[in-house]
Ligand binder design. Structure first.
Ligand SMILES: Cc1cc2nc3c(=O)[nH]c(=O)nc-3n(C[C@H](O)[C@H](O)[C@H](O)COP(=O)(O)O)c2cc1C
Length: 368
């Protein structure tokens, strides 16, 4: 009896694991995309574009082609600048010149040849930069508040940003719309708007960086106006089924920043996304399992208020990702660093092989 009991219990658990694994590995239709599985490549800046022109070359093509050939369901690119003033470090690619579009065309073509799906992450760093990176213009931000710390790789203090006028706000929105249009011309399957991690959109969203007294400032709902108008304009251009938004509590320049009332904050964000007809959210945290409030994680809180698609991320392990998809907390699971260490991630997961641990020294310096 004992033996039988243990046998059947184990068999049951194996069955569950297999079923959950399949949830991660099965085909799925999300928005406009027919994905081979629910595994997403998280957006990761690699700094391998030509620093002067922001054009990507054959090494970047091969890097993304390899992930598509491995079988990743959805690739979200590294952050791509919609304008020269959006740039916050060296070697970041752009999507505002004809040569940049031509470079990305070779990437999307290679990914599609391998049966993959790829969206472009649009990234404006706002105040987190320096005129040596932006072609001589001062950083742009909602308010003239200088960030603490040093610019990534340039290692110089962040500069005092220029408070954006209403006209500058309209220009930046139009630049994102144009970049989304360019993404379509370049063959991308959609775009992700980077509204997270303390960059321009998040600077408008946060009370720590937005002191405006016009209609782009005030309470949280009012501070989200810039993001709302920008995303609505992009959605109008390419469609909600092709548009993802990333948002977060975490800020790259403020490690101790916390939302005062996480649940109210999430409710206000989600309400705003609903009003503009968004379908796909990518809430970002570095620790998927971290409790934000009332025993709930970031993704659980978002799920409580949002019935649409949710992408999970943040030091995710494969089993937990599959389990969270099975439970319905998330619909897709994004992996960042494990995909740098394992260009054959999907093959390893499919065949139950051990993953190579991530090592920044080894895996960031070269584009493999
Ligand atoms: C080298 C590196 C570059 C990153 N660049 C970006 C970026 O351009 N845009 C972005 O939204 N997140 C960026 N991230 C954050 C990742 O998308 C992801 O959220 C984070 O690494 C947590 O996932 P992981 O634990 O699976 O690596 C970057 C992370 C790494 C490690």
């Amino acid at each position: 009896m004992d033996f039988l009991y243990h046998y059947s219990k184990e068999a049951f658990h194996e069955g569950v694991e297999e079923m959950e694994q399949n949830q991660l590995l099965n085909r799925v239709t999300i928005g406009d995309w027919n994905l081979r599985n629910r595994i997403v490549m998280a957006p990761m800046t690699r700094s391998f574009a030509d620093n002067e022109t922001g054009v990507v070359g054959p090494d970047v093509v091969e890097y993304y082609r390899r992930r598509a050939a491995d079988g990743i369901g959805l690739i979200i690119t590294e952050g791509i600048n919609p304008s020269p003033r959006a740039k916050g470090t060296f070697g970041v690619p752009g999507l505002y010149t004809q040569n940049q579009i031509a470079g990305w065309k070779t990437v999307t073509h290679a990914v599609h040849q391998e049966g993959g799906t790829i969206v472009a992450q649009l990234w404006h760093v706002g105040r987190l930069t320096h005129q040596e990176l932006t072609g001589g213009s001062p950083p742009q931000a909602p308010s003239s508040l200088r960030a603490k710390g040093l610019v990534h790789r340039l290692r110089k203090p962040y500069e005092m940003p220029e408070e954006m006028s209403a006209a500058a706000i309209q220009t930046v929105i139009e630049e994102h719309v144009q970049a989304a249009r360019n993404a379509m011309v370049a063959g991308f399957d959609g775009v992700e708007i980077h509204g997270a991690h303390g960059y321009l959109i998040d600077q408008f969203n946060s009370e720590a960086t937005n002191l405006r007294q016009d209609r782009y400032g005030g309470n949280l709902k009012q501070r989200l106006t810039f993001m709302k108008e920008l995303i609505a304009a992009v959605v109008q251009e390419i469609g909600a089924e092709k548009t993802i938004v990333r948002f977060s509590e975490i800020k790259d320049d403020m490690p101790n920043y916390r939302w005062e009332d996480p649940e109210e904050t999430i409710k206000t964000f989600v309400q705003t996304f609903r009003e503009i007809g968004l379908q796909i959210l990518h809430p970002s945290t570095n620790h998927f399992t971290e409790i934000l409030t009332n025993g709930m994680t970031l993704h659980e809180l978002v799920r409580k208020h949002w019935k649409g698609i949710i992408i999970g991320v943040g030091n995710l392990e494969v089993e937990l990702a599959a389990h969270s998809i099975g439970k319905g907390t998330i619909d897709l699971a994004a992996f960042g660093r494990p995909l740098l260490a394992n260009p054959d991630f999907v093959q390893k997961v499919t065949h139950g092989m051990a993953l190579e641990p991530y090592d920044a020294q080894r895996h960031l310096s070269i584009l493999v």
